[in-house]
Design a protein. Structure first.
Length: 283
């Protein structure tokens, strides 16, 4: 499995007339094609800046970001890069521009100059992929937050990107809306082999990812499987991140003397671990 995106020794600074702030410094990371990566970090950790670097919205002050081998600094390839790496932002209202759902999803393909029959096919496929086909004739502002965000994702999918980067897409949603979006991106990754990079601060959204990356002050402080990363409770708390409730519970039980496995995340796995520990105590 080759890399779809490579970030090499990247430094990025925000500058204004009064202050210059380095947000990311000498940063290195690569994302494999078809993978599902979750990037966690508190506000100000640099994760949203990284998201914008990944598809060329921001250009590095030094170092390089390569998308399928093409440098994002190459102005002649800017459109191709944005076709390969689609972006979904926190507020879906900022990405919805048409008065009818299907027209909104068609906006991107239309701007590519595609034939009407191809656009129709892409719109139908994209809406089906996010489970929103029956809302194709609806007005976006009548939809729930989670439904709006799924329409925003469909608009990106209609461009047929190789990778989709979601920058805190669930931050403004209720638990039901968050669950809808996480289910949608997991489906895109597993069933359509789309590379997914999900940036969030909700720990539970990472449990089914292939990889979890934790950022703090513009650097990577942890990088591994969800189970490996979430087991390091001291590290997570040191960078002001919440620990998954299941992990916290199992660690408390272990610290209280229980002979229990702690490298689990899901509720189902926690149930099994507790039941096994109780069975061992009875023996």
């Amino acid at each position: 499995m080759d890399n779809i995106i490579e970030v090499k020794d990247v430094t990025f600074k925000y500058c204004n007339s009064e202050v210059e702030k380095t947000v990311i410094k000498n940063f290195n990371i690569a994302f494999k094609r078809g993978s599902f990566t979750v990037i966690l970090g508190k506000n100000g950790s640099g994760k949203s800046t990284l998201a914008k670097l990944l598809n060329g919205l921001y250009k590095p002050d030094s170092g390089d970001v390569l998308v399928d081998g093409v440098n994002t600094k190459d102005e002649t390839s800017e459109i191709d890069i944005k076709r390969k790496v689609g972006m979904v932002f926190q507020n879906p209202d900022n990405q919805l521009i048409a008065s009818i759902v299907e027209e909104d999803v068609a906006f991107g393909p239309e701007n590519l100059g595609l034939e009407p029959e191809i656009i129709r096919e892409r719109v139908d496929t994209a809406l089906k992929s996010v489970g929103m086909s029956k809302f194709s004739k609806s007005t976006p502002h009548h939809l729930s937050g989670g439904q709006k965000q799924r329409i925003a994702i469909a608009g990106i999918l209609a461009m047929k990107p190789d990778c989709i980067v979601l920058d805190e897409p669930t931050a403004m949603l209720d638990p039901k809306g968050r669950a809808e979006i996480v289910k949608t991106v997991e489906k895109l990754n597993k069933e359509e082999n789309m590379t997914v990079i999900l940036i969030t601060h909700f720990m539970e959204e990472a449990q089914n990812a292939d990889r979890v990356v934790v950022m703090n002050e513009g650097s990577i402080v942890a990088d591994g499987t969800p189970k490996d990363v979430f087991c390091d409770i001291d590290l997570l708390k040191s960078v002001n991140l919440d620990v998954p409730q299941t992990t916290e519970l199992l660690h408390r039980l272990k610290n209280g003397g229980a002979n229990i496995k702690t490298n689990v995340i899901s509720i189902e796995e926690a149930d099994e671990a507790i039941a096994r520990a109780l069975h061992l105590e009875e023996i």
